[in-house]
Design a protein around this ligand. Sequence first.
Ligand code: COA
Length: 690
Amino acid sequence: MPTHFRRDGDVALLEIDNPPVNALDLQVRSGLQAGLRRAADDPAVKAVVLCGARACFPAGADINEIASGVAFHRPILLELQAQMEALGKPIVAAIEGAALGGGFELALTCHARIGAPEARVGLPEVKLGLIPGGGGTQRFTRLAGPAAALEAITSGTELPAARALSIGLLDAIAADTVRAAVQWARRLAGGAAAPVLARAREDRIAVFEPDLFVSFRAARARAFRGQLAPWRIVDAIEAACTRPAHEGFELERQWYLECRESPQCKALMHVFHAERAARRIADIGPQVAPLPIERGGVVGAGTMGTGIAMCLANAGIEVTLLDVSREAVARGLERIGALYGESVGRGKLTGEQADAARARIRGAVEYATLADVDIAIEAVFEDPALKCQVFERLDRSTPPRAILASNTSTLDIDRLAACTSRPQQVVGTHFFSPAHVMKLMENVRGRASSPQALATVMALARRLGKIAVLAGNADGFIGNRMLQYYGAEAERLLEEGATPEQVDGVIEAFGFAMGPLAMRDLAGNDVGWAIRRNRALPADERWSPILERMAAQGRFGRKSGRGFYLYEGRERRPDPQVLALIQEVSRELGIKRRAIGAEEILARLLHPLINEGAKLLAEGVAARAGDIDVVYIHGYGFPAYKGGPMYWAEREGLAKVIATLEQLAASHGARWRPCARLREAAARGGWESA
Ligand code: COA
């Protein structure tokens, strides 16, 4: 049975036991209903404690049941909550592990909540395109006030126990959580006055800044643009503060149903499953144990190397950061110190956490300092000869068990492996900039990479809090290979008549964090040009000369204050000189500039991603269409609520995608021709069934 009923004297313990995360599926809900009835009917039971087996409070409704509709089979969560509130006996939640979503909504319905010191609570529904549907927005707001509710629920953040206690979501923190909850419940049962439910609390919603909602909506307008759920969450929290209780609960339910039916919710559910599926590697079973990683080396103290060192240190790994000169190392360590300062400033880490992590990183200039590392990650300049040299030295200096990884974004892992005597331990670990922030880790399998080396870097990604995808060893792997044509097309659009603002504007309106040209400016046009120079193109293709000219004129992007735009701090402004440069290129190429509509811009930027993605599937560089979606969402800013490029293509209809590509091939050349894998997928009705 997924729920257990026990007695501790006059307190009934209702324990939810539904591995792996105690999700509230139909059986659990039925078990809770029966347990609550039993507690109500037994006069010897004076109070109830709700807890989860394996030190884990329920992590939410069962996501698969939300998709299939079984979440609406009775008893639904709302009925259980009504039963709890009508029980007439105090109920206390004992929260160990993560109480999330519907799980936390159950806890919020209790009369009190006791958390373990390491407990986390939160309403992450927004990450699935939903708003909480079990009164979460209403009760959270009534307990913690609207300002805290807006921050936490619109971001879906998990709050650590201490923070939850400080804002009123928890009543106490106790190491022996269940015992403390039993005592609390007993005390409530013995009290003179009936304990107050969150639903009845008015004090925290009575007073708030008058312009709270107006200013919050304005501040988040850009971050929430195009999305449904975050706006509805704001509406629901406002309703909690401005409407009678029953109306607030009713509105939340309506908006929950609206969100649940939305394409955004379906897309985000796809992403949830794709992120987890990406961890599975077909030919590597659970019997392949990852190597333990306690010490790591990072070679290259530049932007990437320092960020990677921070990722390792944040996860408790001792790191040696190595570069050729003491000055380079000192600069790297200084940067790390500054970034930790920022993390503390933004509340991402406490001062103690930052100090502890910072203390795990030490600088070095001698390879001999890597004699005890379990993994070394190379993050030097993208130069094959230099990287080979680094791998030779790593091979000589690190213990034979150590994994040697490269952060290269494009280079051949097999060539790097050939520079060592242990190619089976050589893999790619491609981080994204800024490495201590970006979620994606594109791991790369070389020809000789052993299952254990791969299992180790996949496990390492989880430990670092990253989302990992395993790519095959092909030029540009998954991300940069697809980006190549997307980026190239942005320049073609400029040649034909568009402006940088138009191109970026269309893709940002679609939901990308940043358009392709703004992204180039961020990465550096000199770097972009250097990478492009090393890459081959089919004979009938050409690169636009725009990028080369930008680099030649010192328009490197943000770092030089000018690129496709002019920069003042983070603000970008159109630059008339860039338009002149583009017009000159058009003239030289004999292209008559024309007005290009938003629809054409979008089609010409998205379709190369899809066609190239299909080729990556055909070549086995990507194992699943979902892996490509995960790479694009977490590495390149594709809007998660649109599911990623491959998912988007399926929703558009693969036949329609093919028709668009054929049309573009007729007017713009062979690079647009739909590939065989795309045609197969269209014929069979989807990527995974092809
Ligand atoms: N319903 C059904 N299955 C769930 C689930 C849920 N709410 N939450 C997690 N799972 C499953 C995962 O799919 C995964 O299954 P798999 O092993 O077959 O891939 C398994 O539980 C473990 O989850 P995973 O995310 O891999 O473990 P983790 O330890 O990294 O994280 C959580 C655990 C609970 C923090 C994380 O799974 C999570 O955030 N879940 C979603 C919570 C949520 O959004 N709840 C609100 C739902 S309305």
